[in-house]
Design a binder for this molecule. Sequence first.
Ligand code: XIL
Length: 372
Amino acid sequence: MRSSPTRMLRIPFALLLIASLISSCTRSFDPGQGVAIEASTTPSQAPGFIPGPTLRALAQEQGRWVGVAVAPQLIANDPVYAGLLARQFNMMTPEVAMKFEVLHPERDRYDFSGGDAILAFARAHNMAVRGHTLVWDQQLPAWLTEGQFSRDQWRTILQEHIQTVVGHYKGKLAAWDVVNEAFDDNGSLRNTVWLRNIGPEYIALAFRWAHEADPQARLFYNDNGGEGLGRKSDAIYALAQGLLQSGIPISGIGMEMHTWLDGPPKPDDLAANMQRLARLGLEVHITEMDIRTQYSTQPPAAKLADQASMYRGIFSACLAAPNCKAFVTWGLTDRYSWILAKTNQPDAPLLFDEQGLPKPAFFSIRDALMGK
Ligand code: XIL
């Protein structure tokens, strides 16, 4: 029997439909897959509208993520913030919402509400989410830091935490920062609760447990001050190499990149570090970038111009490195930056000002993406 043309058409159409349903159910882990919200289709009076191409559309063309650290309360309550976020970025990291203290406030109770709200917004706007962070020595709940536990109990607590959290978000995140800030600047292991109570093997165990809970998850080691070359970045490199040699899955290194005007890293050192990590088969994500302006004595406009060229130097090094897949700033607008509380001084470390308007740093990054 000969198929009618309509029936022949129907089969590929059904296949296409199934394929698109499958792809809409899977994670948008490839920045190239996302559907960017184009500036041309967005009314210019929309909150947070900026004329011209969006960062996310430009980054997506190059297979990269551009993202910011976010708070679920701001997404829910500030339309300029939410509009800017969804229009310009294809990635988010919870600034606090997935930390131990928030997710696991009592020994037998978890609270995923903040993280889940971020994921819902991400899904609605076709954005990826980086999970942050499973093992850190800060923002831990009192039941843990003030509790009396044996070494075996510490191990069990960490294992349960990792497996419950990674299990909850299984298949939904683009990456996890598994271990955060484990090294001192001299390259030795920091004296954290995890080191004291479990021992140096806590790092490998954390990666192993995370992998068991979600074998597809992309697992990262994340730290600050090891972006360029030096003792700390050597220690991070050696850690990653050692994990890989022992068959423990690590996908990449998160480089926080909290810096200041005239601060580190030198773009050439950063490029060399990214390259040696690429030779290990590792990805790099710039995970928490901000540039403090408060220590410079220049006039305000000069500070912003210097900041723009520094952002551009780091961003261009990332674009030039095929393994540098994500560029994330630690906050969206200067108004809500953590630097204000941390230093108790006014500052302007991010891409958008207090009103949510783009700063020279925003345009320098966009120009870099446009090859201008
Ligand atoms: C910071 C948050 O921005 C603050 O709001 C919070 O009070 C403390 O943590 N390195 C990290 C981040 O990996 O998790 C930290 O975030 C900043 C330094």
